[in-house]
Ligand binder design. Sequence first.
Ligand SMILES: *Cc1c(COP(=O)(O)O)cnc(C)c1O
Length: 388
Amino acid sequence: MHTADRLKKIPPYLFMELRNKISQARAAGIDVISLAIGDPVEPTPDVVIAELARAAHDPANHRYPTDEEKGMLAFRQAVSEWYGTRYGVHLDPATEVLALIGSKEGCHHFVLACVNPGDPVLMTDPGYPAYRASILIGGGEPVNVPIRGEHGYLPQLSDIPSDVARRAAAMFLNYPNNPTGATATPAFLREVVDFARQYDLAICYDNPYIEVTFDGEKPLSFLSVPGARDVGVELNSLSKPFNMTGWRLGMAVGNKDIIAAISQVKENTDSGVFNAIQFAGIAALQHCADNVAHMLDIYARRRVLVLKTLADIGIRFTPARGTFYLWVPVPRGLSSIEFATLLFEKAHVVVAAGTAYGQYGESFVRFSLTVADERLGEAMERIRKALA
Ligand SMILES: *Cc1c(COP(=O)(O)O)cnc(C)c1O
């Protein structure tokens, strides 16, 4: 069968060898613990499940979603209230909010809505791999902008060559950042707005970890800085704060024209989110703020445990303040993939090699804190024993 060339442009998974070793070990009955994936194990709050069940019993919800390409007005209103109370951002639910099938869907449809074939699109390296895939499938040209620890993993916008910036259609940004955990500052966001104005770029500010911050760091919406909604949209999601990754519910907020363009794509592609899931999402936004606080306590505890274990094996560093990942420097003399392989072979613990997120991810691995406490405890004990 012949398939489209665009799929051949998506980089293959780089670490086949490690992946094969993991599946062989699992097949041989070895208890492998994976800290490689960010997907909360704790259940979705009960009120959300109950609301899904209620709404699923209502035949009115069995039909195509209401206002299919935008999401139900009640959901958009709940998002707008959440943004007002949590981030001080006031949104018009009629024009500035759109329901998404998760923020990943939003990234993809943002490209289809804003990028012409051949247009360069800026993204950070390291960065979330789905941006590159979406840019490529949409016919754009990904342009990597390095982010480095010495600048707090924020891109140095003035280092981007102006001819590249001028030709570029859009830029993806993501803080709290996957994989580095770095957070942004209002000053940086103001710089982004100026940069986007100067070069006429559409900003896609992917913010699914906005609620996942530590050590006193406050949630920061891109839209909280002046002018942001003139230049871009923020994508957000119920996946991470409410343990709802499987439910597929998120939102795009901000620039009306981009929102309208993404809804036009959706109208012709997916027809929107199941109403019952949107009702469940409303319940999460209205009644589950305490779940967010509860999860942050759990992650904060796990973070301390992992940092302590790493210190015990000689890896000491100051973690960034966002996301439920730790971006861990590998011991001198080893590459990311060598250290990940070592952890797997000696402790049967899987972590993500930094180079999975781009060449500037070299010398780091990413630990995820979204595994059950007892599994994480076991993983840390194995690492301590194997590498002490
Ligand atoms: C988890 C994640 C997403 C996907 O979120 P969904 O809302 O579940 O699609 C998007 N962007 C980044 C950076 C993520 O880590």
